[in-house]
Structures are given as structure tokens and as C-alpha cells.
Design a protein around this ligand. Structure first.
Ligand code: F6P
Length: 546
């Protein structure tokens, strides 16, 4: 299936932006702020608990107008409506894209193939709540009668990154008598280290896999089963007490040996990287409790409604998306740094890597033709202030333009002396330094010897957004995640790509399946790869035998 649409670079608004870039591209933010002193208050937007300052960007009112024209000409409003109404906008997989239904209120109505999906969503949420209460209260007992103390999520990609990130982000709200571990890598070390101090009789495994066929997850799940059975005299009926599954694939779940009564389902209209608020978030609910989980869903929903209804100039995800398109396509920026000044968000950048790059790492348009412009940026980041002592040098004085998203909070969940003031002072200092830099005259005025001056000049004019909230709560986390989810969709819409498939991960999976027996067979089979791959296989086999 293809859609007919004016190619992006032929659009009137795109051409106008290209023209406009030639006049504004080199204008310094010092000038923009000097000419418009109220800019810092004006170029802001607010929704729910998030305050968004986008004034430190290389844009004028004219730039913004043209970017909004681009959103209109790209049919963003229609695409948003299509997504929210359950149209099958994931055309290459013939699926609706309805993560927004996971957090819709009970009385909402969204139809897929003529059926309202909302009652099903709430039924699963109810089952998750009931199960969480049983585990958290100690009512659910392991095979030997002991309550569960350890919860181990086995999953990878969207079935891991969201759960890990949310557990870390909301640790403050978590039940501290329970231990949480996350196993994703097929590297046996991940499993061994995760369980080395756990008692199998007190451990519950959540096998989280949308497809229930993923090599890494199924390998780890089998190892977990053997680990449990090894400690329990191979009592197969212990599985029901120590394993639950989260999946869309009931058949594979029961094939593995997990009773489907212990399965929490979701649906093919939830993409893996958009699934942390579905049953994939079971570990999150176990950690923070059903009430906090529902509060998080409410935060998501508030951002969903905002994205669906707000005009572009107030719409946080759309503003973020348009700014990233502006830098990526007109300034040639290749990356975006996400810099949360909140230790609890330490896994947020890693989570965003999958969300952004698996979604928008595409060079084929919805029409099936190759793009002639850049698409998805490389997202990376670390929590502040750690990143400042690591890679910020390149952001300040390197040769590349790296737009930054700073995320900061008014209050710490762990107030300690003046730590929070110091932390937040650093956020504001960084965005100020990036935007305005330090001129040669300023450096000289400090008495710097002439030869050292060029090294100490900061040219500035490096853009950033600042997102500020009062405090990190379950709701604020939901708002932040939904903000980036919708930003990704708005970017993908402008680039005319499908942000919801991931065919690019398939080839490596297929080849690995072919190579596994070539590494495991007793005798060296005939190798039919290229000479490099053949040689590496031989070297590996030799190393194994040493
Ligand atoms: O390989 C990529 C991917 O398909 C991701 O999109 C997904 O989140 C991950 O693998 C895990 O898939 P599953 O939940 O089906 O095990």
C-alpha cells in the first residue's frame, strides 16, 4: 500500500524554510535575545506539569511560522487524528497504532476492526492490579510456601528498556522489601549476575515478550526455568508459582509451559517500544503499586490529549519535533542529546534510544521510495552533572551542532543540603553557556594571554530546550515519555516514514540463526559466508577449543 503525497523537499513550506535558512542560519542567539528581550518568557509552552522553554533555539517568529506551515502541509493534524481513531497507519504491518489506548479512561471508545478495545485494556489493568496486590502483600506464595521477595523481568528491547527505565525512575515510590532485577542480554553473564544472590524459592520471573519468539528472551527464560527446576527437584508444577508471562502470543506462552491463567496480554496495535505502559509494565506496577501505576497512565493521557488538541505553537511534542527537523535537515545536525538532571532518570536516554532510533531510523518513505533528506537523529545522553565531566566538551567547542534537551526539577525527592540548588544551577549554566558562549573580548578582559585566547573562546549559538517540572512523580514520568513518543511520531510524519515498524532489525536476526549451528556443530561445516565472516567463525571455534 502506498500513499500519494507531495515529496517533502517539493513542499512549499520546505522550500521556504530552505530560503529562510540562508538568512537566519548564521544569526547568533545573542542577537535574537538582544532584539527581543522578552523572548525567554515568550518562547515557552506549558502542559500539565511540564514547562517547556524553547527560547534558546536558532529560530525567529518567521522560522516558527514556516515550521508550523510545514506541519500543516505534511498533514500532521490528519495523521494525529488517524492514529487516535485507530486507522491502520502502520501500513507495512497492517496494524493500528494505539499505545494511546493503553492510558485512555475507562469510558473512552476506540475501535479496531469494529470492536471497542478499551474494555479489554482495563480488564488487563484490573488483573495486573489484583496480581500485584497478591505479590506485594505476600499472599502469593512460591512452590515451597514462601512469599515472593525477588522479581526478575526477562525481556529485551521494548520488553526491557521501558521496565528498567521506569523501575529506576520511580524507585523512590517502590516497595523496598522487594528486589527487582532485569535480564535482557543473551550473554550468560547477564543471567548469572542477576540471579547469583537470589533464592529460587522466593523468586518470580516475568517473561516479557510481545512475540514470545525472541531468541534472547526465550534463551534466558529457558535458563531461568532450568535454574528454578534445578533447585526444586525438577518439580514441573513449580513453574506456575514462579513464572508469569506478558505477551500477545498465548499459544507460544503455553508451549513454553506457562499456564495462560498466568499470562497478561496485550495487542498487536501496541509496538514493542511503545509498550511500557501495557502489561509489559507489570514489573513497574509490582514495584510502585497499582495506584502509582494508574497515576503514571494518567500522566501519559494528559500529554496524549494535549498532543491531539493543542495548536502547534503550544504543542510541546510538535514544537520539539519541528525544532529537531529544523536542525537535522537544515543545519545538518546528526544527534540530539537528552540530559536529565535527575539521577532517577539515568536510564531515560537509553530508553529513548530505542524509542527514537528504532522508530525513525528509516530511509524509505511510506510511498516506498528512498528519501533525499536525513531522517532520525542519533539520540544519546547521560544524567547531569555526570555528562558535563565527560562529553559536554564536544557540545561546547566541537565542530558539530548538537541540540540538547535539558530536563530538570524544582524539588529533589532526596533533599540534601544544597545539592538540588547546585544541580539546577548547572542546568541553567549549561544552557546559558551553550547559547551565549564567551567572546574573544570577554576572554581577553579576563587577562588571558593572547596565545591562549582562541582556546578559551566559546562561540555559543548552540541550541537547547529546557523542560522543567516541580518534581519527578509517576504522572510526570508518564508525561515525559508521551512527550517523546509523540515527538517521534510528529518527526516521522514530516519525514513521511513509518515510525512503527522495524524491518531493519530482521536481517541480523536471520543471519545469527544461520551462524549459531556453525559455531556449535562438532565438525566445521562448509562455510558459505564472505571471507571475513568465515575467518571469524573459524577463529571463534579455535578459541573455544583452547
Ligand atoms: O528486535 C527488535 C524488537 O523486535 C523490538 O522492536 C522489540 O521491542 C524487541 O525486539 C523485543 O521483542 P519481543 O517483545 O517480541 O520479545
Amino acid at each position: 500500500m502506498t500513499t500519494t503525497k507531495t515529496p517533502l523537499t517539493q513542499m512549499k513550506s520546505w522550500k521556504s524554510l530552505a530560503d529562510h535558512y540562508t538568512t537566519i542560519g548564521d544569526v547568533h542567539m545573542r542577537t535574537l535575545f538582544a532584539d527581543d528581550p522578552g523572548r525567554g518568557e515568550r518562547l515557552t509552552a506549558e502542559e500539565a506539569d511540564l514547562f517547556f522553554d524553547y527560547s534558546k533555539n536558532r529560530v525567529s517568529d518567521e522560522t516558527l511560522k514556516l515550521l508550523f506551515d510545514l506541519a500543516d502541509e505534511s498533514g500532521l493534524r490528519e495523521r494525529i487524528d488517524a492514529m487516535f481513531s485507530g486507522e491502520k497507519i502502520n501500513i507495512t504491518e497492517d496494524r493500528a497504532v494505539l499505545h494511546i489506548a493503553l492510558r485512555a479512561p475507562r469510558d473512552a471508545k476506540i475501535e479496531v476492526d469494529g470492536e471497542n478495545i478499551i474494555p479489554g485494556v482495563h480488564e488487563v489493568l484490573n488483573r495486573m492490579s489484583a496480581f500485584s496486590k497478591r505479590i506485594r502483600s505476600g499472599e502469593w506464595k512460591g512452590y515451597t510456601g514462601k512469599p515472593i521477595k525477588n522479581i526478575v523481568n526477562i525481556g529485551i528491547g521494548g520488553s526491557d528498556l521501558g521496565p528498567v527505565m521506569a523501575y529506576e525512575a520511580l524507585k523512590h515510590f517502590s516497595e523496598r522489601t522487594l528486589t527487582f532485577r532485569f535480564i535482557s542480554n543473551v550473554d550468560g553473564t547477564d543471567f548469572a549476575e542477576a540471579v547469583h544472590d537470589l533464592d529460587p524459592t522466593e523468586t518470580l520471573f516475568i517473561v516479557a515478550s510481545k512475540t514470545f519468539t525472541t531468541l534472547e528472551t526465550m534463551t534466558n527464560a529457558n535458563t531461568a526455568r532450568n535454574w528454578l527446576l534445578g533447585a526444586l527437584d525438577n518439580a514441573e508444577d513449580s513453574i506456575a508459582k514462579h513464572f508469569v508471562a506478558v505477551s500477545t502470543n498465548a499459544e507460544k506462552v503455553s508451549e513454553f509451559g506457562i499456564d495462560t491463567a498466568n499470562m497478561f496480554g496485550f495487542w498487536d496495535w501496541v509496538g514493542g517500544r511503545y509498550s511500557m505502559d501495557s502489561a509489559i509494565g507489570l514489573s513497574t506496577m509490582l514495584a510502585i503499586g497499582p495506584e502509582n501505576f494508574l497515576e503514571m497512565l494518567d500522566g501519559f493521557h494528559r500529554m496524549d490529549e494535549h498532543f491531539r488538541t493543542a495548536p502547534w505553537d503550544k504543542n510541546l511534542p510538535v514544537l520539539m519535533a519541528l525544532l529537531s527537523v529544523w536542525y537535522g535537515n537544515f543545519f545538518g545536525a546528526e544527534t540530539v542529546a537528552v540530559l536529565p538532571y535527575e539521577q532517577y532518570l539515568k536510564r531515560f536516554p537509553a530508553y529513548l534510544q530505542q524509542l527514537t532510533m528504532e522508530s525513525n531510523g528509516k530511509y524509505i518513505t511510506l510511498n516506498g521510495s528512498p528519501v533525499d533528506y536525513s531522517t532520525g537523529a542519533i539520540y544519546f545522553g547521560e544524567p547531569g552533572t555526570n555528562g558535563q565531566h565527560s562529553f559536554y566538551q564536544l557540545i561546547h567547542q566541537g565542530t558539530r551542532l548538537i541540540p540538547c534537551d535539558f530536563i530538570a526539577f524544582g524539588k529533589s525527592l532526596n533533599p540534601l543540603g544544597s545539592h538540588q540548588d547546585m544541580l539546577v544551577a548547572n542546568v541553567f549554566a549549561q544552557s546559558e553557556a551553550l547559547a551565549f558562549g564567551k567572546t574573544e573580548d570577554q576572554v581577553k578582559a579576563e587577562g588571558t594571554p593572547d596565545w591562549l585566547v582562541p582556546h578559551r573562546v566559546f562561540e555559543g549559538n548552540r541550541p537547547s530546550n529546557t523542560i522543567l517540572a516541580d518534581e519527578l512523580s509517576p504522572s510526570v514520568l508518564g508525561q515525559l515519555i508521551a512527550l517523546y513518543e509523540h515527538c517521534v511520531f510528529a518527526q516521522g510524519t514530516i519525514w513521511q516514514i513509518n515510525s512503527f515498524d522495524q524491518w531493519g532489525v530482521e536481517l541480523g536476526k536471520q543471519l545469527a540463526k544461520q551462524i549459531i549451528p556453525e559455531l556449535e556443530s562438532d565438525d566445521l561445516p562448509e562455510l558459505k559466508h564472505d571471507s571475513s565472516t568465515n575467518n571469524l567463525i573459524r577463529r571463534y571455534r579455535a578459541a573455544k577449543e583452547k
